[in-house]
Design a protein around this ligand. Sequence first.
Ligand SMILES: Cc1ncc(COP(=O)(O)O)c(C=O)c1O
Length: 438
Amino acid sequence: MPIDTSHYWMPFTANRQFKARPRLMKAAAGMYYTAEDGRQILDGTAGLWCVNAGHAHPKITEQIIAQVQTLDFAPPFQMGHAKAFEAATALAHMAPEGLNRVFFCNSGSEAVDTALKMALAYHRMRGDGLRTKLIGRERGYHGVGFGGIAVGGIAGNRKHFGPSISAVDHLRHPLDISRNAFSRGLPLHGAELADEFEQRLLALHDPTTVAALIVEPVQGSTGVIIPPKGYLEKLRTICDKYGILLIFDEVITGFGRLGSAFAADYFGVIPDLICCAKGLTNAAAPMGAVIAKQSIHDVFMQSAPENGIEFYHGYTYSGHPLACAAAIATMQVYHDEKLFERAASMSAAFEQAAHQLKGLPHVKDIRNLGLVCGIELEPLAGKPTARAYEVFERCFWEKNLLIRTTGDIIAISPPLIINHEQIGTLFSTLAEVIQSIK
Ligand SMILES: Cc1ncc(COP(=O)(O)O)c(C=O)c1O
């Protein structure tokens, strides 16, 4: 019987187009999905940048099953359960030095809104309540909450939803194809773009009114924008100079994508707050988290009235037992299978294979870091997004490969378990498809 697709209003999907020819998955294991029609589909996107340890990892699924049979739920407000503390401890140990206080939520969007609220409340609790402004970046994606879309820099995600939060401003994004096209790893040009934070935005707003700057260390969703060498370091220095909190949104870069636990480790730039989600549970259960510097957490503990709630924020499913079981098992798998080291060791082969596509028709840039790469195509005249979408469809229907596109950019971010042969297949398939389109 054909599936009735009419009732499900799909997220970030062209519903009418999708429902005319649904792309459905019915199973997944390791590097592959099984499509509804039985085809094995190579996963070039780790689901949605999240299944870093590969699909249906038995050590993760068995812990989730055991957990639901033991404790399905415990209220997270004024009550607790051991797994939430255990998951927080494991995450604190994985996080950069000094970031060791963990607040759980259910998604990247919630992690971002939590971190923004934490930053605002932190300044207020320190008696610096004038710091109410938040700075984000053009082409930033910070999820879909009102906080996230305000600091985010994607017009399409904001324009239908009214004025949202007004005390925000945005830095320029650092993508500069004119100087950095076909960079391998960090682009060489553009660190000076960080100076705009101090020279334009802080000069305009008065630095004493700014609470936090939020950036993705590598911008993922808007097409893999890799920071120029020295750029993030400059942002850190400026934040320090003016007492502004630096938030890294590591929803994509966390858990091995760059070959280290967090991008903060990769760049050696340590933020005050890290937002994470996705790879935290290998996507086997929804979960997000904010990892805070202990000094931020301590301000809350020291400033709130005795026996009073310190942070008026939380979710029914904060630290959900199933998500905690998944997170503990996932972090153990990352450790035992040395998946972050593996990602680092595969990144040279991945880069080499990706850059083989240079010179193909329509390819105007290739950029990569760790196990993520963006391939930017020249848009079809008058039909932006159509060219990359055609590549996506052909890969799925004709070549059994799942890729992701945003605008005319193809984003590749496979599970960290990918092997050399699969890297070869992925990029040679992509090359074949790009060559075949108009
Ligand atoms: C950097 C970043 N932040 C936040 C989010 C939002 O996460 P979620 O979809 O889990 O709410 C995403 C999702 O892709 C993301 O890439």
